[in-house]
Design a binder for this molecule. Structure first.
Ligand code: HMG
Ligand code: MG
Length: 300
């Protein structure tokens, strides 16, 4: 066993979490307060917005206002998703510190999510990455459906590895491996990681596991044991994916933090403040809390 001393948590709740909230559009002020509270709890990386088409994802339509409204805490990276040049231009104008492009290991999911093939998505990212780099902005890459696809079913690890290798070669500094529908299990996660890490060094990989089947913590333990030291999580387990029916949120930040604390792995996050934020946001959204740790620790 070779657990890392430290794990960097990438908080995706304000983006991956809120993008999927049904019903009314969440007021900008709530999004802004959520991001501020997360930074105050010690999260050093908050994916805060998404510059995608508001026709496709209405909840992210106020990305500019969200980034303009937050109180920037020194040392915190406020990032945004950018599927194309239009998105990148918006992210630069709003002052995003970092951006992320996103494709998938499955053709069908890519088509549903961003309306093109995997190859076309990569072609679309080339000028996005180039322009971001010219502006001194680092680009993260997401690869979805790494452990299974809601449309194509099983995905071969080699297929995942090939897309990851392409995105890295194009200039993504880190590749986040998305179990978009949360169908993976630990051994499968290890096998996928083994194939990917032959193409992309372990220190450039992140795990982005949704918890639909309740396997995310176990899957994370499996990949952290292999050396992954960057983990994407969502406060209160908020979210899902609008283009993956039935998918539930990312693994809850609180639950991952509790596990990492138990393993003696440092994160710099204050669990009390995080849990308070978790209860606050679920109250604002009128939804139940997806974090067992938040429920166990109770409200403030
Ligand atoms: P398209 O319809 O093929 O593109 O969409 P288009 O270029 O023909 O544009 C259509 C309209 O969208 C035009 O407006 C554009 O101006 C506008 P119209 O002329 O009809 O009024 N448009 C934009 N507006 C704002 N910002 C933009 C933008 N681009 C075009 N950046 C497109 C292609 C990629 C835009 C669309 O498919 C899209 O926005 N998809 C977003 C899907 C999405 O956000 N999915 C969720 C995030 S990914 C995820 O959750 C997975 C992840 O968490 C990892 C995991 O879990 O696996 C990351
Ligand atoms: Mg996701």
């Amino acid at each position: 066993m070779a657990f890392p001393e430290q794990v960097r948590i990438v908080e995706v709740g304000p983006r991956d979490g809120l993008q999927n909230e049904p019903g009314e559009i969440i007021p900008t002020a709530i999004k802004v307060e959520l991001i501020n509270r997360l930074a105050d709890a010690g999260l050093s990386y908050v994916e805060s917005a998404s510059f995608v088409s508001p026709k496709w994802v209405p909840q992210m339509g106020d990305a500019h206002e969200v980034l303009a409204g937050i109180q920037r805490k020194p040392g915190v990276t406020y990032a945004a998703l950018t599927p194309n040049l239009k998105g990148l231009e918006g992210a630069i104008a709003a002052g995003a510190d970092e951006v992320a492009v996103f494709s998938a290991a499955s053709e069908a999911f890519t088509r549903k999510n961003i309306n093109c093939s995997i190859k076309e998505s990569l072609e679309r990212f080339a000028p996005v990455i180039e322009m971001a780099q010219e502006n001194g902005i680092r680009v993260r890459g997401y690869v979805s459906t790494v452990l299974g696809c809601p449309y194509d079913g099983e995905i071969a690890p080699q297929q995942v590895a090939a897309v990851c290798a392409d995105m890295r070669a194009m200039g993504c500094y880190e590749i986040s491996l998305g179990d978009t529908v949360g169908v993976g299990t630990p051994l499968k996660a290890k096998r996928m990681l083994e194939a990917v890490s032959r193409e992309v060094p372990m220190e450039q990989l992140a795990a982005h596991f949704h918890d639909t089947y309740g396997q995310a913590l176990a899957n994370l333990y499996a990949v952290i044991e292999e050396g992954v030291a960057v983990v994407d999580t969502s406060v209160a387990g908020l979210g899902g994916c609008p283009y993956a029916k039935g998918a539930s949120g990312n693994v809850a930040t609180e639950d991952v933090l509790y596990m990492l604390n138990g393993l003696g792995i440092k994160t710099g996050i204050d669990i009390e403040k995080l849990v308070a934020t978790s209860h606050w946001i679920t109250r604002q959204l009128g939804r139940s809390n997806g974090s067992k740790v938040a429920l166990a620790m109770g409200c403030e």
